[in-house]
Design a protein around this ligand. Structure first.
Ligand code: NAD
Length: 339
């Protein structure tokens, strides 16, 4: 199948080209992300292959459809950037990679948390400057602390297990359903409110839906345990960043580690080091000593990229051969869960 690959970085070329030896799709790589301005690049292609920050709203999908596109192949699990109703209306199939390496994201989450709690990022910057003073680097143990996991699906369950069994934390969880295996190792399911009130640290692993949008906001920050640390490797808009900044300024929030940011589509995955970043909210966030931000890289391991490439190309092959699309998402398929 002839596919326009958007937001294509060098590593996408490498892993997709390697996996394509088996499939022989006609892949054409475009570095820009997909939006209304770049949609014309896909004219004459049967499908587009896209990532989290590509824009697939109704206008873009209409443009794609007019140019012959009938398939959207996401190289990621989340699909909040796709207007699924519009895709259904236009007869465009949307396929995704539901699980490529939950371990990659879970391990990165633990890495961010440890880095923040033990100030490893600040220590590294000092040591590079031959500053070996320890003042200001006092951290906190994870052992014995109360940690909340919001969303105990594939990734959240791994994080909860590592924190409970690996570090000996008291783990509270909130989800729409209880994971019996986690409950059996002592993870206790509570309401989202109780979780925020009781936890020292909260890590977010639920999808971005209308229900979870701004889950962390001014009101929930006010009710949370003072000094709460928040980790988010899920989706940026789970957090109202302006409210987070207010919480940090007032000391209500004790630390923040983010791999995602609500306006990341304008920033992440690009080298902006020679430019003046115009996003004042993001720039303010970077000024806090107790904030650690990475640019949506939790998924970025050899194992995950190989798995993403293999599943994406298999999804495309299924569509080309008119086989059932196991990894398809439609507006209807995601409605029963309320998302
Ligand atoms: P998953 O579908 O396996 O698990 C999500 C869990 O969240 C489910 O158990 C679901 O019941 C629960 N949930 C839904 N609504 C909820 C709510 N209102 N409150 C509490 N729980 C709720 O998904 P996953 O594979 O574990 O991925 C989790 C998220 O991680 C994805 O949605 C995606 O946005 C993000 N992600 C980020 C990266 C990255 O590189 N940073 C990579 C992959 C996935």
């Amino acid at each position: 199948m002839r596919i326009a690959v958007f937001s294509a970085k060098r590593y996408d070329h490498r892993f997709l080209a390697a996996a394509n030896a088996r499939f022989q799709h006609d892949l054409v790589f475009f570095e820009p992300k997909l939006d209304l301005d770049t949609a014309k690049l896909a004219e004459g292609f049967a499908g587009v292959c896209v990532l989290v920050n590509d824009c697939l709203d109704r206008a873009v999908l209409e443009h794609l459809k007019a140019g012959g596109v009938t398939l959207v192949a996401l190289r990621c699990a989340g699909f909040n950037n796709v207007d699924l109703q519009a895709a259904d209306d236009l007869g465009i199939s949307v396929v995704r990679v539901p699980a490529y390496s939950p371990d990659a994201v879970a391990e990165f989450t633990i890495g961010l948390l440890l880095t923040l709690e033990r100030k490893i990022h600040r220590a590294w910057a000092r040591v590079r400057d031959d500053n070996f003073a320890l003042d200001g680097l006092i951290g906190r143990n994870l052992h014995g602390r109360v940690i909340g996991v919001v969303g105990t699906g594939r990734i959240g369950a791994l994080v909860a297990r590592a924190l409970r069994l690996g570090f000996g934390c008291e783990v509270l969880a909130s989800d729409l359903t209880v994971d019996a295996e986690l409950a059996a190792i002592g993870v206790r399911y509570v309401s989202a409110e109780e979780l925020l009130e009781r936890c020292d640290i909260v890590t977010l692993h639920c999808p971005l839906t209308p229900d979870t949008h701004y889950l962390i906001n001014a009101a929930t920050i006010e009710k949370a345990k003072p000094g709460l640390t928040i980790v988010n490797t899920s989706r940026g808009a789970l957090i109202d960043t302006s409210a987070l900044i207010e919480g940090l300024k007032r000391g209500r929030i004790g630390g923040v580690a983010l791999d995602v940011y609500e306006q990341e589509a304008d920033l992440f995955f690009a080298d902006l080091s020679d430019e003046i970043v115009q996003d004042d909210v993001f720039q303010r966030l970077l000024t806090f000593p107790n904030v650690l931000v990475t640019g949506h890289q939790a998924f970025l391991t050899e194992e995950a990229l190989a798995a993403i490439a293999a599943t994406t190309l298999a999804n495309i092959a299924d569509a080309e051969a008119s086989r059932p699309l196991h990894n398809r998402v439609t507006a209807i398929s995601v409605q029963p869960a309320g998302h």
